[in-house]
Structure formats: structure tokens, C-alpha cells
Design a protein around this ligand. Structure first.
Ligand SMILES: Cc1cc2nc3c(=O)[nH]c(=O)nc-3n(C[C@H](O)[C@H](O)[C@H](O)COP(=O)(O)OP(=O)(O)OC[C@H]3O[C@@H](n4cnc5c(N)ncnc54)[C@H](O)[C@@H]3O)c2cc1C
Length: 398
């Protein structure tokens, strides 16, 4: 069945379509040693109906041939924008769906600060879904719930990674006029287990359980965002993306799911109605839309997406952009992350070393960052040209 077909771990992206479709509920998702979920079949219950194989969006990939239009967008509500990862467009779309009596599915933290898909039905609860969580989200039985809402005539918005959208559409197996799908430009998803180790590390350091986490605080600006933890003893941890050790591991592609290094859902022809991302490089492409509070890059991939955009555009500042120009600064839209050769060592030692030692052993700073650190520690030295050359040489030699 499904695990026989997907023998290679590099293929299964953990979309959960197979467990949602199984009529005997004999498939469950089990975490491997790295903490990623993979389907496991209980053969004593399996009736060999093959539905798990036919639903798999990797085995039966739908080839798309659409022609997306790209926009640079900013939600006019600055409070929402500051609370969002990019330009706050997710909230605008979600509010429209809720205003029409609809339901919104997205990723939230549960009480243990694990990331999972869930739904909300009121604008007040949208804050649970708002904001990027850089961990693979567990889909659970969300696709089944989506189908129930669709069949009851409710409008449904489902947002997730491109592979989760593929899983949902494959599971539904037919188009629904009351469904709107939004995917994100996705760098890749880190291991939930590595995430739990990091939360544990921060809690131990703070001496209290965590009560709130944000991956994208914009206190120092959107481009230099920070990760923040608020603990139950009111201590706060906040660190810039280049210094936070979890983000360092994520951005150096060492903690991603194996399938993310060969993602089958990259490119400009997407299955979703709308794609959301950060408009990195906005300062070069459209400087007038860069106030460092967050600008979204959005692709409109279908007529449904275009209709929705027309209905909400009066609540945003936007400009049409050349898609090729925009993507130049956001290669995650079209290319998989590169496999980090130190990944095996990192995963093997994740239970042996404390989190900070693990990251400092396996995630080296870039030459530029090492130069900055070295320069800071040598701050009392007058940097002559010769000294600068010595510093660069010593870093290269390390
Ligand atoms: C793992 C991950 C990697 C990303 N990589 C890139 C990238 O390389 N380049 C880029 O331009 N953008 C990337 N993004 C998207 C970006 O961070 C923003 O989520 C997006 O621009 C939407 O921002 P917003 O301000 O409109 O909405 P926000 O309010 O910030 O909404 C974020 C939305 O994403 C959903 N979401 C959050 N975490 C997850 C998750 N783990 N899995 C599935 N859905 C989730 C939430 O439910 C919410 O609806 C990534 C997001 C994630 C979660």
C-alpha cells in the first residue's frame, strides 16, 4: 500500500491525504527518528482498496498550466500588518471569507506549542492562525473537516504549504465553488521534534514554561525580524533572525524534511487560487512600497483568486509587478532548498548535544557574519587595510 509505494523517504511530504481518505482508518501517521510524520498501514485492517495510492499527490501529480499575475501588496491596517509575517494579506482574505459566513483553516500553536492545522469561524480568533510558524504543521483530519463544511454549503478558505494544498485537492477529488485555497511561498518545513527540543531549551534557560511565541516580530523592522518567546514568569527572549539558533538551523537548511530538498510543488504554475509570500527585494523593485513594516508578494493563480482579489483590493495598497522580476529575489518560489551535507550529523546528535552546542557545531556562520563578529571583538583595534586582510585570511583558514 502507500508505504510500499513511497519507499523513498525523499518523496513523502507528509500531506496526510492517505490517512484522510482511508475508509477503514487503518493508516496512521508515525514520527520517524527525525520527528517527521510518515504513513504506516495496519495490514490486519487494510482491505486493499488502493485509495491511499490513488489519492497520493506525489504518485498522481496534477500538472498545472496557469499564468499567474503578481502584485506587491500592503494591508492598509498597520496594526494587523505589524502582527503578520509579511504584508498582512492572509488576514484580509480570511476576514472576507468569515464575513460571508465561511470557515478558515490554517496553522496554529496548540497548548504544547506544537504546530497543527485547525479552523476558526470568527475574526477575533484569526490571531491564532496569523503569523508564520517555521515548523511542519500537522494536518490531522483537517481535509475531512474541510469536505464536511463544503458539503454543508459553507465557504471554506484553506491556507497551507503548496504540498498541503495538493494533498487537500487530491483528497477532495472534485472542484467546489465554495472553496478558496491559498498557498505560501515555502522555503521548506523544519522537524517538529527539533522544534520541541528548541522550545525545551528556551524554557530551561528561562526557568518557566512558555506562554507566547512569535517567529516574526518586527520591532527592528520586517527585513531584520526577530523570534520572540514570552514565558510564564514574564521573562522575554527576543533575538534577531541571524542570531537565533533555531532560525540559523532553519535558514541553513539543516533541519528540513527530506522531501523539501526535492520539492515537487515549486514553480509558477500552482494548484492554489492565491499564493502569498514576502516581497524580498522590494527596496530594489518598488522602493515606494517599502517602509520596512512588511510587503507581500502575491500571485493570483485562478479566476476564483482574481474575484477574491477584486473584492478586497480597496483595503490594501497594491501595484502589479513583473513576476519574473519579483521571483529573482525569492528563489524559494521556484527552487528547492539545497541539501545541507551536515544534516545527517545534526540529526544524529540532536539528542546528544544541548541545542546551542548542536547548532554551533553544525551551523557555521557565513563568511560575512564571521567577519562582522570578528570585527566587533576587535573593536579597539584601528582597522587598517592590512589588518582587515589578516582578519579575512584568519576566517578563511578556520
Ligand atoms: C515554513 C514556511 C516557510 C516559508 N518560506 C517562505 C519563503 O522562503 N519565502 C517567502 O516569501 N515566504 C515564505 N513563507 C511565507 C511567509 O512567511 C508568510 O507566511 C506569507 O508571506 C504570508 O504572510 P501574511 O503577512 O500575508 O500573513 P500571516 O498572517 O503572516 O499568515 C501566515 C499564514 O501562513 C499559515 N502558516 C503559518 N505557519 C504555517 C505552517 N507551518 N504550515 C502551513 N501554513 C502555515 C498561517 O495559518 C497563516 O494563515 C514561509 C512560511 C512558512 C510557514
Amino acid at each position: 500500500m502507500i508505504n510500499e509505494v513511497l519507499k523513498s523517504k525523499n518523496l513523502c511530504m507528509g500531506c496526510h491525504a492517505c490517512i484522510n481518505v482511508c475508509p477503514r482508518s487503518c493508516i496512521s501517521m508515525k514520527a520517524d527518528k527525525e520527528g517527521f510524520l510518515y504513513p504506516t498501514v495496519d495490514y490486519s485492517l487494510c482491505i486493499k482498496c488502493n485509495k491511499c495510492v490513488t489519492v497520493c499527490p506525489i504518485i498522481n501529480k496534477i500538472e498545472m498550466d496557469n499564468n499567474p499575475v503578481a502584485y506587491s501588496c500592503i494591508n492598509n491596517d498597520n496594526t494587523i500588518r505589524l502582527d503578520s509575517s509579511s504584508g498582512g494579506i492572509f488576514t484580509l482574505i480570511a476576514e472576507k471569507v468569515i464575513d460571508s459566513g465561511g470557515v478558515v483553516f490554517g496553522a496554529r500553536f496548540n497548548d504544547e506549542f506544537e504546530v497543527e492545522h485547525s479552523f476558526v469561524e470568527t475574526k477575533e480568533r484569526l490571531c491564532k492562525l496569523r503569523g508564520s510558524k517555521y515548523v511542519q504543521s500537522k494536518i490531522g483530519d483537517s481535509y475531512k473537516r474541510v469536505k464536511e463544511f463544503l458539503n454543508s454549503g459553507r465557504e471554506v478558505l484553506f491556507i497551507g504549504t503548496p504540498c498541503q494544498i495538493a494533498g487537500l485537492l487530491s483528497y477532495l477529488g472534485q472542484s467546489y465553488r465554495n472553496l478558496l485555497t491559498v498557498d505560501i511561498i515555502c522555503h521548506g518545513v523544519p522537524s517538529p521534534y527539533v522544534w520541541s527540543k528548541y522550545v525545551e531549551f528556551r524554557e530551561t534557560e528561562a526557568g518557566a514554561p512558555v506562554q507566547r511565541i512569535s517567529f516574526r516580530r518586527k520591532d527592528e523592522g520586517w527585513k531584520k525580524y526577530s523570534v520572540s518567546f514570552l514565558f510564564k514568569n514574564n521573562k522575554e527572549y527576543r533575538q534577531n533572525l541571524s542570531k537565533d539558533i533555531y532560525m540559523k538551523a532553519f535558514l541553513q537548511d539543516i533541519s528540513l524534511r527530506l522531501s523539501c530538498y526535492d520539492c515537487r510543488f515549486k514553480g509558477m504554475s500552482r494548484q492554489s487560487d492565491i499564493t502569498l509570500g514576502d516581497f524580498w527585494g522590494i527596496q530594489y523593485v518598488l522602493p515606494e512600497m517599502d517602509d520596512d513594516m512588511g510587503t507581500s508578494l502575491i500571485f493570483i493563480n485562478s479566476d476564483t483568486g482574481q474575484e477574491l482579489f477584486e473584492e478586497i483590493k480597496y483595503k490594501m495598497s497594491y501595484l502589479k509587478v513583473d513576476i519574473a522580476e519579483a521571483v529573482k529575489f525569492n528563489l524559494a518560489a521556484i527552487e528547492s532548498s539545497k541539501y545541507n551535507p551536515k544534516r545527517d550529523g545534526f540529526m544524529a546528535e540532536k539528542d546528544v548535544l544541548p541545542f546551542d552546542k548542536l547548532v554551533s557545531k553544525y551551523c557555521t556562520d557565513s563568511l560575512f557574519t564571521r567577519m562582522k563578529i570578528k570585527v566587533k571583538s576587535d573593536i579597539k583595534i584601528v582597522l587598517t587595510k592590512t589588518k582587515m586582510i589578516d582578519i579575512v585570511k584568519s576566517i578563511i583558514d578556520k
